[in-house]
Design a protein around this ligand. Structure first.
Ligand code: ADP
Ligand code: MG
Length: 797
């Protein structure tokens, strides 16, 4: 619902320590002295007052504190000790005020005061008054006040307000519970109080119970710790502010600190003493540990007192310790002990911080408002940009199913592109790609598992077993397995698909002779060798024979195992098909005459065009070279003519040079050659461009041929036929698509219906959508079940 954030203030504060001296007519002036600033107290112990004191023992102490309250009124005590702590609680700081001291020194008087005299009321009623007064002064905030009153006696928890008629006695004992929001006491009644008066009556109720208990339960009230807690929660009255603050003010009246176990105490008293001594020293330990910034573990859980106060001690709250002492000489030893405790506490530092929380409900409301606004903004944008109505809501099942269907159709090739609508939709498209992909992977694998026994290549025991059976070679390759390709374990001898055999196939097989059928061991031709990179010559018709020879030789070298004869009766029911795939070169010939015939034809055509162009290019080049040579000869002849002319003396006519006919003809010839050269050169350039283009086409065709071949090969020899049968009806499987995808696109009719519906529904307004959604979902479910049943039947066949 809500979570807490502690806003660090960064400033460290000390625990505020005060001393209040109980007024007395017998004040030990000799022994107790106050400093001038009222912030220190000096104790002088006369040696003779303590029997058995050794000479060198300390007799003087000086205690520095935050204030000494001597003859101070309840009013002044409150002003000095509590006012700031309470004020800060309304700003979100936890505060704890504790009264410490020996029994009778005035702790209860300070904390509660006398209930019969208003003037002598203590910190508790004054704190409640202040809280309600401050609430009145803050109309901008809705502030609630709750109170609880807990007593801890001999490590047991008592609810001092459980006697209220609406609370009722608790069935189970109270426990201290910690959660991320802090510490609370399970079973302790917490009372909402809307006004001072209510709060006071609760306080009196508790006080009365405390007194009654001390009589009826034989419980000495000075032996118990009492914690009165005021819980404040302040919400801003403006809706936009989702932050709110919570705080607690713990007003603690501690059990008497006097050492009880010294002499003669026994039974109940001894037990009480032990508990008190322990809890007070644990309190001290915890507070000291809190002040030590290096300490990570604080021993809160050692006793109920520190555990219950866990989030209100030291740390991030305002802490005040008021030590009540007697002013009489007779009590000096206890006084000294109390003052020591106070001065140790003074060294502890705390780091008060605001308890800021977030109202989740308000936050959601605010975010909803913001979201609605942004959606409106988007709608305006869309309409300005002339976009059709786009839905930015999260996708529902049906929309996701539609995207799934789009992705499948896209993968099959029946959908050219997926329109981009918005970010959410793009993300979903990618999601569905992943979904489809993983489904297909599983589908293919399980189909293979149905058909073949798969053996882990690292499972040597299994491999040696199948080796013995003659199903696998010494290297762990399965019989008839092309490298890195197959994983089917075949048992039937190789036989090509009947009825699809071509003439060329037969001759090819003859060429291969029986050795090809002895294939086994490592595959004769690896998948790699059929790759574009190395297959150029292989696929060129002219060099085919050489390659085949090559393969045959390699097969002979490596073949060692005869495939086992088939005796599977199942195989005979279906059109027989080899369980051991044929070697790839053989299969490739089949492929070129079957499904690959068209690509192969185009490939050959391109190839012959390429060859023709190459031939022409080489002819042109030869011609160019010839022209070049002739040009050289002509140039030489011209040069000769020129030198002749120079020797014979030049003829000039009106500034024009006169040359003879022979020279003139040579010049004409050179000009003509140059023209020829240019034309031929231009031709060559065009041819080269054409060759380059043709080469590209040929490469593409070859790649396509090989890719399609691989797919065909897998389909024909690895993907079970029953699966393929299931895939066949209803559409052309484009070669090159993974056919398993067909099985996955379910309920497309439903999708179409939905799209149509959407168009019909939209004008009717959004209210109708839920109705139609329900309708479509039901139809979809039916559709899906129908399709699944159909598929299962197909599989069973
Ligand atoms: P504690 O709770 O420490 O055992 P109390 O508060 O019960 O001690 O005080 C014991 C008695 O002394 C009570 O009767 C109380 O009214 C009285 N008393 C204590 N402090 C003062 C004080 N400052 N002024 C007047 N009376 C006091
Ligand atoms: Mg008391």
């Amino acid at each position: 619902m809500m979570w807490r954030k502690n806003a660090r203030m960064g400033t460290r504060k000390k625990v505020h320590t005060f001393v209040r001296v109980k007024p007395t007519d017998d004040f030990a002036h000799e022994m107790i002295k106050y400093g001038d600033d009222n912030k220190s107290i000096d104790i002088h112990l006369k040696k003779d007052t303590r029997r058995g004191v050794v000479n060198n023992q300390q007799t003087d102490w000086s205690f520095k504190l935050d204030g000494v309250l001597h003859n101070a009124s309840q009013d002044l005590v409150y002003e000095t000790v509590a006012k700031d702590v309470v004020a800060q609680a309304l700003d979100g700081y936890n505060g704890t005020i504790m009264c410490y001291g020996q029994t009778g020194a005035g702790k209860t008087y300070t904390m509660t005061g006398t209930t019969e005299n208003y003037k002598h009321r203590g910190i508790l009623p004054r704190a409640l008054q202040q809280v309600f007064r401050m609430i009145e002064e803050r109309p901008t905030h809705a502030i609630t006040v709750r109170v609880s009153y807990l007593e801890i006696y001999n490590e047991s928890l008592f609810d001092l307000l459980s006697t209220l008629p609406y609370v009722g006695p608790s069935v189970t004992p109270m426990t201290i519970v910690e959660n991320p929001q802090g510490v609370f006491i399970k079973g302790l009644s917490v009372h909402l109080t809307s006004q001072e008066e209510d709060a006071f009556s609760l306080l009196f109720e508790g006080e009365t119970n405390r007194i009654i208990a001390s009589h009826t339960m034989n419980k000495n009230s000075s032996r118990s710790h009492c914690i009165f807690t005021i819980y404040v929660e302040a919400h801003s009255r403006t809706l936009s502010d989702e932050k709110y603050i919570t705080s607690k003010i713990n007003l603690v009246d501690l059990a008497g600190s006097e050492r009880l176990g010294k002499s003669g105490s026994e039974g109940r008293v001894l037990k009480e003493a032990t508990y008190i001594n322990k809890s007070l020293s644990f309190l001290e330990q915890a507070i000291i540990a809190l002040g030590d910034q290096k300490r990570e573990h604080i021993p809160f859980r050692q006793c109920k007192l520190t555990h219950a106060l866990k989030d209100s001690l030291g740390g991030n709250c305002n802490m005040v310790l008021l030590t009540n002492i007697y002013g009489e000489a007779a009590q000096l030893e206890e006084t000294l002990s109390s003052l020591r405790f106070a001065s140790r506490m003074k060294l502890v530092t705390t780091e008060p911080a605001i308890n800021e929380k977030y109202d989740a409900e308000r936050m959601v409301k605010n975010l909803e408002k913001e979201l609605a606004l942004l959606k409106q903004e988007l709608a305006i944008h869309d309409s300005l940009a002339n976009r059709t109505l786009v839905n930015y809501d999260p996708m529902d099942e049906i929309q996701i199913a539609e995207i799934n269907s789009q992705v499948r159709r896209y993968l099959e090739g029946t959908l050219d592109e997926i329109d981009i609508i918005n970010l959410r939709q793009i993300q979903e498209v990618f999601n569905q790609f992943r979904v489809v992909l993983s489904q297909q992977e599983q589908e293919v694998e399980s189909a293979l598992r149905r058909k073949y026994t798969l053996i882990d290549k690292n499972d040597f025991a299994a491999i040696s077993a199948v080796q013995k059976a003659g199903l696998v070679d010494v290297d762990g390759h399965l019989v008839g397995e092309p490298d890195g390709q197959g994983f089917g374990l075949g048992v039937t001898p190789f036989s090509a698909k009947p009825g699809k055999k071509s003439k060329s196939k037969k001759t090819f097989k003859e060429q291969l002779s029986s050795s090809a059928r002895k294939e086994g061991a490592s595959s004769p031709v690896s998948g790699k060798e059929l790759d574009v990179s190395t297959s150029k010559t292989q696929l060129t018709p002219s060099s085919k024979e050489g390659d085949v020879k090559d393969m045959t030789i390699r097969e002979q070298e490596t073949s060692s195992l005869e495939p086992l004869p088939s005796d599977s009766p199942k195989e005979e029911l279906r059109p027989p098909r080899p369980s051991t795939p044929p070697p790839k070169p053989v299969a490739f010939e089949d492929f070129k005459n079957e499904r690959g015939s068209e690509i192969n034809r185009i490939f050959k055509e391109n190839k012959s065009i390429l060859n023709e162009r190459r031939k022409r290019a080489s002819e042109t080049t030869q011609r160019i070279n010839a022209i070049k040579r002739e040009m050289d000869v002509t140039k030489e002849a011209l040069n000769f003519q020129k030198s002749l002319r120079e020797k014979q003396g030049e003829y000039e006519n009106k500034g024009l040079m006169i040359i003879d006919e022979e020279e003139f003809l040579l010049i004409l010839k050179l000009k003509d050659l140059k023209k020829q050269y240019r034309t031929e050169y231009q031709d060559l350039r065009d041819l080269r461009a054409e060759i380059q283009y043709c080469q590209h086409l040929v490469d593409q065709c070859r790649h396509r041929l090989l890719t399609e071949f691989d797919i065909w090969y897998n389909e024909s020899f690895f993907i079970p036929e029953d699966l393929q049968v299931a895939l066949k009806p209803g559409g052309s499987i484009r070669p090159g698509m993974v056919p398993v995808s067909r099985i996955m696109s379910l309920g497309e009719d439903a999708q179409d219906k939905f799209s149509q519906l959407q168009q019909v529904v939209l004008p009717e307004g959004p209210d109708s959508v839920a109705f139609y959604n329900a309708k479509v979902k039901t139809e979809q479910k039916h559709n899906y079940l129908k399709t699944m049943m159909g598929l299962q039947q197909a599989h069973r066949k």
